[in-house]
Design a protein around this ligand. Structure first.
Ligand code: NAP
Ligand code: ZN
Ligand code: ZN
Length: 349
């Protein structure tokens, strides 16, 4: 084991503060990565504050990790010291259940091992995430970052990117479709970029009228302020697909009513409390309400490669880790443009 500097939440009400944790020395199949940047996902806040009622403290969040390989185990042929590498939301899974076999490790029947707050079957204890200066991960769960991408701006692809890419691909969003994205935060802004790149007509729903110009620049063709009923009314029964990336309580029914016959709305946002759904909004026009969880390893690599080919990254604001608590407060006020990324030099420097 070796010591690693980190920032952790020690309780649901504590501000994140410096913390020292122990990482395992790399085993034969492991890659040790010096973390250069880590994106700040709203899930980090939900988890640090125990809004999903399962947090184990101390909690070191962070699952949008990019960095440089510093050491590899003897059996690792895919990475070498000096390579760029990335780690997303998953660090392990059983690898042989039907879901793992299908490349859907996030749905592993034995339970996917998430990058933080999950049982660590290799080192014991609980997994600690990317708000830290180094991490050791099995090579099968380490991703390659295309060299052409800005490293800091690529970090959010590891969660915000794959979480929006995966449902847009699964539900085959493309040309000729009218697609809605609800909420312009970290996930929402990646959804705009991908849906536009896939050729759809993209409509952003926002509670923040001030974000309209940014939304158009990011790929939206229309912007609807969701708090204005007359604007919502104009889009009744017209959407082929809606992706909902809202982190807090909101009315799903207002969006279900906008779907065409047989169309689907997918939730990726995970608000703390259940959201009521009126059956009428599903039975009329045979609507589907679905959900989606991040994406598998192979799919994440495909997304990164696509981003490399098309020059897609996140719009980011870089912060030192000492500003993490302020960043959380700004995210909670929807004042994020459109992802905070921690420069990890601030941890050691
Ligand atoms: P974020 O950057 O905070 O964005 C959320 C956006 O939702 C806000 O910018 C805001 O957009 C909108 N919003 C916030 N409060 C609202 C309210 N009360 N009513 C209506 N809209 C509101 O968060 P994120 O990092 O994108 O994450 C979004 C959600 O996805 C979180 O719940 C997160 O845990 C979840 N998540 C899920 C997965 C998965 O695998 N399914 C993966 C990652 C994250 P406007 O200002 O445009 O209204
Ligand atoms: Zn995330
Ligand atoms: Zn499995």
């Amino acid at each position: 084991m070796y010591p690693t500097k980190a920032f952790a939440a020690s309780s649901s009400t504590a501000r994140l503060a410096p913390f020292s944790l122990q990482r395992r020395n790399p085993g034969p199949r492991d890659v040790k990565i010096e973390i250069l940047y880590c994106g700040v996902c709203h899930s980090d806040i939900h988890q640090a504050r125990n809004e999903w009622h399962n947090t184990i403290y101390p909690c070191v969040p962070g699952h949008e990790i990019v960095g440089r390989v510093v050491e590899v185990g003897t059996d690792v042929g895919t990475f070498k010291a000096g390579d760029l590498a990335a780690v997303g939301c998953l660090v392990n899974s059983c690898r042989h259940c039907p879901n793992c076999q299908d490349g859907l490790e996030q749905f592993c029947e034995s339970g996917a091992i998430f990058t933080y707050n999950a049982p660590d079957h290799v080192s014991g204890g609980v997994t600690y995430g990317g708000y830290s200066d180094s991490i050791v991960v099995d090579a099968s769960f380490v991703l390659r970052v295309p060299k052409s991408l800005d490293l800091a701006a690529a970090a959010p692809l590891l969660c915000a990117g794959i979480t929006t890419w995966s449902p847009l691909r699964h539900w085959k969003v493309g040309p000729g479709q009218k697609v809605g994205v609800v909420g312009l935060g970290g996930l929402g802004h990646m959804a705009l970029k991908f849906a536009a790149a896939f050729g759809a007509h993209v409509v952003l729903f926002t509670t923040s009228p001030g974000k309209a110009a940014d939304a158009m620049r990011l790929g939206a063709h229309e912007v609807v302020v969701s708090t204005r009923p007359d604007e919502m009314q104009k889009h009744l029964n017209s959407f082929d697909f809606i992706l909902d990336a809202v982190s807090a309580q909101h009315d799903l029914n207002a969006y279900l009513a906008l779907l065409k016959r047989d169309a689907t709305m997918v939730l990726v946002g995970v608000p703390e409390h259940p959201l009521p759904v009126a059956a009428f909004n599903l039975i009329f026009q045979r609507h589907t309400l679905a959900g989606s969880l991040i994406g598998g390893i192979q799919e994440t690599q495909e997304m990164l490669d696509y981003c490399g080919e098309h020059g897609i990254t996140s719009d980011i604001e870089i912060i030192p880790i000492q500003k993490i608590n302020e960043a959380y407060e700004r995210i909670l006020k929807s004042d994020v443009h459109y992802r905070f990324v921690i420069d990890m030099k601030s941890l050691t420097g």
